[in-house]
Structures are given as C-alpha cells and as structure tokens.
Design a protein around this ligand. Structure first.
Ligand SMILES: *[C@@H]1O[C@H](CO)[C@@H](O)[C@H](O)[C@H]1NC(C)=O
Ligand SMILES: *[C@@H]1O[C@H](CO)[C@@H](O)[C@H](O)[C@H]1NC(C)=O
Ligand SMILES: *[C@@H]1O[C@H](CO)[C@@H](O)[C@H](O)[C@H]1NC(C)=O
Length: 275
C-alpha cells in the first residue's frame, strides 16, 4: 500500500514510547528529537482535522465490534448510510474548511470503515492513495473487553460508569476494573487514558514529521477523537463526550488557550463521579 514511508513508520510505531525519539532520529537525522506531544496544547506545528469515519455495518446494527482480530471484517466496513456520510458531509466540511489546500496526509486506523473513509476522501480531494498512512493500532476504537458483541448502548453505559470512577485504569481499588472487564477473545479492556496514550503517540510522530501539510486523523468511531480533543483543551477526560463526533463528522482540532503543563497528565474531580 504505502512503500518506504509506511514500513519505516510501522517499525517506528511499534517501538515503545521511550524508544520513539531514537527511531525518529534514525528516520530524519536532521532533527534533534521527537518529544511526546504535551497537553493541554496551545500551539502545534501543523493543522489537524479530526474525522470520524462513516457509520459501519455493525454500528448500524447497534453491536460493539472492537476486537482487533476482526478489524478488516465486512461488518466493520462502511454501511450504505456511512458511505453517503463520507461522500456528502465529510468531504463538504473539508472543502469548506479549505483543508488540504497545501497538501495533506490522511492518517487512518486500518479498521475497515476508517480505511474506506480515507479512500473515499483521498479520491474526493483528488489526492493519490499514497497520501493515506495506515495506522495499525494506535487509532483504533477503544477495546471494550468482555463487552465485545454487546448491544452498543448497554456496553456504553457500563463503560461510562467505570470511566466516571476512574478514567486511568490505574486505581483498581475504586472498582472501575469490574466494569471494564478483560475479554476472553483478545479484545483489550481499555481505559480513557489508555486510548489517549496511543493517540498521543500518533500526534507526536506527525508533529515531528510534517511542517506544512495538514493531517487528517481518521478513526472508526468517536471516542479516540473526543478523548484527544478533551486532552488538547486540558479538559478532564471524563467529560470527553462533550466533544463527541457524529459518524462522518469532521472538525478542526481545537487548541487550548492555556500553554502545556509539562507535568504528568492529571485529572481533578471535586465530587466524583459527577465530573
Ligand atoms: C470491508 O467491508 C466491505 C463491505 O463494506 C467488504 O466488501 C470488504 O471486503 C471489507 N474489506 C476487507 C479488507 O475485508
Ligand atoms: C448531505 O448533507 C447535508 C448537510 O451537510 C444534508 O442536508 C443533506 O440531506 C445530505 N444529503 C444526503 C443525500 O445525504
Ligand atoms: C482490565 O481487566 C483486568 C482484569 O479484569 C483488570 O485488572 C484491569 O484493571 C482492567 N483494565 C482497565 C483499564 O480497567
């Protein structure tokens, strides 16, 4: 699909966070180092557009489908309505925002509906497919663990309850892990912070790699984008759904008016779980 860039990049992304700057040095000797993107972010090197893929077949049926083993399955492909959303709404928004006027890169999850969305957008924007950068795991849907295959609304309600108790997955004593149970089929059970950490890896690479072109970040569903947007604005991750995306919705990444803290990501909540 993507030649030299793609293979170098996947090598790069498989490296641990600490190793990332070393790999980037190897990739572009001119650069000093690649540091992790800091949040909140009041300034970024390039413009980002967040794109939620068009609706998938399993979304249309209301079923959760986040097992990475089936990312390319037909049920994760665009539904007929999803295809329309991309060709109509997503493209129109990108045109009206003058996205990609000076070129762009489409970073997308390889989950079927997301990759298909990237293909439709690349065609609509008259860009070659070589502008699509397939991301093999960091832009995926949140893994729902044992809730895989559940009705979406039910799974969502249970996960939100766990997130309200503990968005990070690091404090099992509060019982959040009971609500975010590990699956039996290899579906990871991810916290909001788990998702943020991997999406941030992608931004750390794009911030280092590009300087002029726009980057579209395309994900199979809303959560990776709403979590990223909340973090960039410095908003408590538990409030990420304020920034939820409809299927096919495109929005420029909004920057914070406050500078980054250069401290470990922290969340404060005066009256849990109502934050
Ligand atoms: C993705 O889903 C479509 C149906 O929308 C299907 O035709 C296609 O084979 C799937 N792609 C892959 C790579 O499995
Ligand atoms: C296309 O999108 C516009 C709004 O963005 C909507 O009003 C219109 O109904 C859509 N058309 C189709 C065919 O989905
Ligand atoms: C995932 O499940 C395991 C085992 O049930 C648990 O220890 C872990 O805390 C869970 N992860 C999150 C993020 O809740």
């Amino acid at each position: 699909m993507v030649s030299g860039l793609g293979s170098k990049r996947s090598l790069l992304l498989s490296a641990a966070a600490a190793a990332a700057s070393l790999s980037l040095n190897a990739l572009s000797p001119g650069r000093a180092s690649a540091s992790l993107a800091q949040f909140p972010a009041s300034e970024l090197n390039i413009r980002y557009f967040l794109v939620r893929a068009g609706e998938s077949v399993s979304e249309a049926e209301g079923i959760t489908s986040t097992n990475p083993a089936f990312k390319t399955a037909m049920r994760n492909g665009l539904s007929p309505a999803g295809r329309e959303q991309v060709k109509n709404e997503s493209l129109q928004t990108l045109f009206s925002q003058r996205a990609c006027d000076d070129g762009c890169w489409l970073w997308t999850s390889i989950t079927n509906n997301s990759y298909q969305t990237a293909e439709l957008l690349a065609t609509g924007l008259l860009l070659g497919r070589s502008r699509i950068v397939p991301e093999f795991s960091f832009l995926d849907s949140r893994g729902v663990g044992a809730l895989e295959g559940f009705e979406q609304a039910k799974a969502q309600a249970q996960l939100s309850q766990g997130d309200a108790l503990d968005p990070s997955g690091g404090r099992s004593e509060v019982g959040a892990h009971v609500l975010r149970v590990q699956g039996y089929d290899g579906t990871p059970n991810e916290s909001l912070v788990d998702v943020l950490v991997r999406v941030r890896q992608v931004m750390s690479v794009t911030e280092t790699q590009y300087s002029q072109e726009d980057v579209l970040i395309i994900t199979p569903d809303s959560l990776p984008l709403s979590v990223l947007q909340a973090a960039v604005l410095g908003v408590d991750l538990r409030q990420h759904s304020r920034y939820a995306f409809r299927a096919g919705e495109v929005r420029p990444l909004q920057l914070s008016s406050i500078p980054p803290t250069y401290a470990p990501f922290q969340m404060t909540c005066s009256s849990p779980p109502n934050c």
